[in-house]
Design a protein around this ligand. Structure first.
Ligand SMILES: [Mn+2]
Length: 442
C-alpha cells in the first residue's frame, strides 16, 4: 500500500509524525540514514548524505514493494537539529525544495540514546544505509544487525548482508551517492510521475505553487526533489568537471534529474546548471551570519595524545574576519581581546590543552592563502607547541603574521604560548598539520 503522493515538505511532516507515534506505541519503522558525523570528533555529514536519504525515502515510500517492512521509509538526517543551521549550503539547497531546517528528521527526533533500546527496540526497526555501508557509533552498536539494504559509493566494508530481500545492495564507484540513488529509483519515480496520483487533499498544502491540476502539481513536486538531488551531484563532481570523480552514473543522473525539472516551468524557467552549482558552492562559504562559536565548530576535529587534548578548527574566512566577528559579539572589548577570549572559551569547553585554527581565504590579488593559529594552555602543552613550531616551520612555510589589529603572539611564557603564522605552503591542509601537531605532542 503506497502512501498518498505529497510534496517533499508534506512527506517529511507526515514521516516525522509517524516516527513519533511509532516510538510512543512501539510500532515498526523503516529508517534511511546517511553517513554519520562521527560524534564530537568531526563533521563529515554532507549534502550527499542528506539528499541520498531524502530521495530514497521519498520515492520508496510512494512505491513500496508489497512485502516491505513498513510502507513508509523515514529519512534520518544523521546530525543533531542544531547542526543543520550551521551548514548554510544545506539551508540553501533545502530552500529550493520549499523546505526549512525544521522539516528535517534529525537525531533529535530519535529517543534519548540512554533509553533508545527500550523506546525503539531493534526488532521494530529496519535500516537502509546511504552514502556509507557500516552503521557507526551508538546507532551502530544497537542496530547494525538490523541493516537490510545499502546504496553507497565508498569501499565495501562487508558489513551489510549479501541477501537484503527487496532492498538494494549497491556499492559501486560514483562521484556522488545521490547519483546511484537516482539511478536505482528512476523506474519507480517514472511510474510515479506518469500516474500523477497526487491526492486532492494535498493541494491545500502546496502554498507556493498556485497550480490546480494534478499533473502540474505532481510535476512541481518532482522538480523540487530533482533539484535537491542535483545540488549534491554537482557539488560532489565540481559541476561534472572533475575528471577523477565523474562516472557514467553521475552523467546519467544529472540528465535524468534535469529532465524531471524541465517538466515544471516554475522550477526550470530560470535554471542554469552552472549558476546553480555556483550558488550552492558559494553558500558553503557563506558563514558570515553564523555566531563565532558555530563557525569554529562547523569543521572541527579533536585528538588525544597521552594526557593532551588537541582540537583544530578549519575555517573558510581569515583571522581578521573572525576578530571582527568576535568584536560584534563582545562589543566592550578590543577585537583582539574579544577574539582571544572567545577562542579560549571554546578550547575550555572542550578541555583542550592545545587549540589550533586553520583559515583559508583568497587574497585581494586572487591568491589562495592560509593562516595558522596555535595556542597552548599548560606547561606540557607549551613544550609540544614550541616543538611543533620547530619541526613544522619549514615544511609548512610558517612566517610571522600580523593582522589589521596587530600581532596576536604570546611566545614568551612557559605556561601558555600562542603564535599566529601565515602558512606559505598552502597545499598542506589539516590532514598534514594535525599529524605534525600530534607528532610534537607525543
Ligand atoms: Mn558521498
Amino acid at each position: 500500500m503506497a502512501i498518498p503522493r505529497n510534496s517533499i515538505a508534506g512527506f517529511l511532516v507526515s514521516a516525522k509524525s509517524v516516527l513519533q507515534t511509532a516510538i510512543k506505541k512501539s510500532q515498526k519503522v523503516t529508517l534511511v540514514i546517511g553517513n554519520e558525523s562521527a560524534g564530537t570528533y568531526h563533521t563529515l555529514y554532507n549534502l550527499d548524505s542528506l539528499t541520498s536519504s531524502l530521495l530514497y525515502a521519498y520515492i520508496r515510500s510512494s512505491t513500496p514493494t508489497p512485502n516491505a517492512f513498513t510502507p513508509l521509509y523515514i529519512p534520518i538526517t544523521n546530525i543533531p537539529a542544531a547542526d543543520v543551521d550551521i551548514r548554510p549550503e544545506f539551508l540553501k539547497v533545502l530552500s529550493h525544495a520549499n523546505l526549512e531546517s525544521h522539516h528535517l528528521i534529525t537525531l533529535d527526533d530519535l529517543p534519548d540514546l540512554s533509553s533508545i533500546e527500550s523506546q525503539l527496540p531493534p526488532h521494530n526497526t529496519k535500516w537502509i544505509l546511504v552514502d556509507h555501508n557500516a552503521l557507526q557509533g551508538t546507532l551502530g552498536s544497537i542496530y547494525s544487525e538490523r541493516v537490510q539494504g545499502v546504496i553507497d559509493h565508498h569501499e565495501d566494508e562487508g558489513k551489510v548482508p549479501k541477501d537484503v530481500g527487496d532492498e538494494p545492495r549497491i556499492i559501486t564507484k560514483a562521484g556522488s551517492c545521490t547519483s546511484l540513488v537516482t539511478e536505482y529509483c528512476s523506474k519507480a519515480w517514472d511510474s510515479l510521475s506518469s500516474s500523477a496520483q497526487s491526492s486532492g487533499a494535498a493541494h491545500g498544502q502546496d502554498d507556493a505553487s498556485g497550480v490546480v491540476d494534478d499533473s502540474a502539481v505532481s510535476a512541481l513536486w518532482d522538480a523540487q526533489v530533482a533539484k535537491l538531488a542535483l545540488a549534491s551531484i554537482l557539488v560532489d563532481t565540481a559541476n561534472l568537471q572533475s575528471k577523477d570523480k565523474v562516472t557514467d552514473h553521475d552523467i546519467y543522473a544529472v540528465k535524468y534529474l534535469e529532465a524531471k525539472m524541465m517538466s515544471a516551468p516554475q522550477v526550470s524557467k530560470d535554471f542554469d546548471r552552472a549558476s546553480f552549482y555556483k550558488e550552492i558552492n558559494a553558500a558553503k562559504k557563506d558563514i558570515g551570519s553564523l555566531p563565532l562559536r558555530d563557525i569554529l565548530r562547523k569543521d572541527y576535529k579533536q585528538w588525544t595524545e597521552g594526557k593532551l587534548n588537541l582540537g583544530v578548527s578549519s575555517v573558510v574566512k581569515p583571522i581578521d574576519f573572525l576578530q571582527n566577528k568576535a568584536k560584534e559579539e563582545l562589543q566592550d572589548k578590543s577585537k583582539q581581546e574579544a577574539f582571544l577570549s572567545a577562542i579560549e572559551h571554546f578550547a575550555q569547553e572542550r578541555s583542550l590543552q592545545i587549540y589550533g585554527i586553520m583559515t583559508t581565504s583568497i587574497s585581494a590579488s586572487g591568491d589562495f592563502q592560509r593562516e595558522l593559529l596555535v595556542w597552548s594552555f599548560t606547561p606540557e602543552a607549551t613544550q609540544a607547541a614550541k616543538k611543533f613550531s620547530q619541526i613544522a616551520a619549514e615544511e609548512l612555510g610558517l612566517e610571522d603574521w600580523q593582522g589589521s589589529g596587530g600581532s596576536l603572539d604570546d611566545a614568551e611564557g612557559e605556561k601558555q604560548w600562542r603564535k599566529v603564522w601565515r602558512q606559505r605552503e598552502v597545499q598542506h591542509s589539516r590532514k598534514r598539520v594535525a599529524p605534525l601537531l600530534r607528532q610534537a605532542m607525543s
